[in-house]
Write a protein that binds this ligand. Structure first.
Ligand code: GLU
Length: 331
């Protein structure tokens, strides 16, 4: 029988959503002891998802997401690009630890209209009251939604749809861990359908300055976390290790200790691009006079790990802090 259901690829990367622990109360030690399923096995465990779409499993990785980094992001973006013409949407099963970084990278480099939804879970597939089933179904339904087109890469967990730019993991174990702190989520997935309320205005996918076809590797960019009494040792070490960019996870509203500040100034003078973010978890860092005078960049409202993704991409195009500031204010 022919079908008119949308064709949705399920890309497996691993993560809690693909984890099988040894018993139903194994919700703690599973990163070390669980088995990671490939996407065919993962979606077989959620047969309800096939009501909404023709599902095509695409194996990519089967690892905890702490093992996923920039080179994997590039390969994943190319996998989506290669399959985009045959698919109506993509669902990526991903660990929650680095989900927001993978999602934001894809949001900035993919030139596709096809919905791309990144989904995770907080309890392994084998756990009592696991959130895997409903999260997978919600992600598939979101990927099938016509209104998902043009909204960039989406993050779905806990019945909520977030923009990849804004979603961040805010809690270790709670099911409502993903939040879009400054501006809120985009929509809900409920029993009667997918409901949208907002759309991202910052540049993404087609409007983004970046294209995966131009990117084969990313320069080293490190994050320096500030705390009361910190010195410049971490900054100097990252520069010595070859960092081309540094993101300061500064004390809100975007400040570092006096000693660390000197180290950042020296780094900026030597040509390393310094982006001032903050550790508060929300709010803008504006490019105040000090940052402009020292040729540093304000991170806008990107948290340090998202600022690192954007800075890595920006450095593939330019080292000019003014131009990089423009990219931070438009993406
Ligand atoms: N939530 C984790 C992840 O990001 C834990 C799973 C694991 O490390 O095995 O994948």
């Amino acid at each position: 029988m022919s079908t008119t259901k949308p064709r949705i690829a399920i890309i497996g990367t691993g993560g809690t959503i693909s984890s099988l622990g040894t018993h139903s109360l194994e919700v703690l030690d599973y990163p070390e002891v669980s088995r990671k399923m490939e996407p065919d096995e993962a979606i077989e465990r959620v047969p309800e998802a096939a009501q909404f779409a023709d599902l095509t499993p695409l194996p990519f990785r089967a690892v905890g997401s702490t093992k996923i980094g920039p080179q994997d992001w590039i390969e994943l973006a190319n996998l989506i690009k290669t399959n985009a013409a045959e698919m109506d949407g993509f669902v990526i099963l991903h660990g929650t630890a680095t989900l927001e970084e993978t999602a934001y990278f894809l949001h900035l480099v993919l030139k596709v209209d096809t919905p791309v939804v990144v989904v995770g879970a907080q309890r392994p597939a084998s756990a009592l009251s696991t959130d895997v089933g409903m999260n997978v179904v919600s992600a598939v339904r979101t990927a099938c939604s016509e209104d998902a087109r043009g909204k960039g890469v989406l993050v779905v967990l806990n019945d909520e749809i977030h923009s990849a730019r804004d979603a961040t993991k805010t809690s270790t174990y709670r099911l409502q861990t993903f939040q879009s702190r400054d501006f809120g989520l985009l929509g809900h997935v409920d029993g009667d359908g997918v409901y949208w309320y907002r759309q991202p205005l910052r540049a993404h996918t087609h409007a983004s300055a970046f294209d995966i076809k131009d990117i084969t590797s990313l320069p080293r960019v490190d994050i320096v976390y500030s705390y009361a009494g910190c010195d410049g040792v971490a900054v100097d070490a990252f520069v010595a290790a070859g960092a081309k960019g540094l993101v300061s996870a500064g004390m809100a509203p975007g400040l570092t200790s006096p000693v660390e500040r000197i180290a950042f100034e020296q780094a900026a003078k030597s040509g390393v691009v310094v982006v001032q973010s903050n550790r508060a978890g929300s709010g803008r860092v504006a490019r105040r006079t000090y940052l402009k005078d020292k040729a540093m960049v304000g991170a806008d409202n990107l948290n340090p790990q998202k600022a690192r993704v954007l800075l890595s991409l920006a450095l593939t195009k330019t080292n000019d802090p003014d131009e990089i500031q423009r990219l931070f204010q438009t993406h």
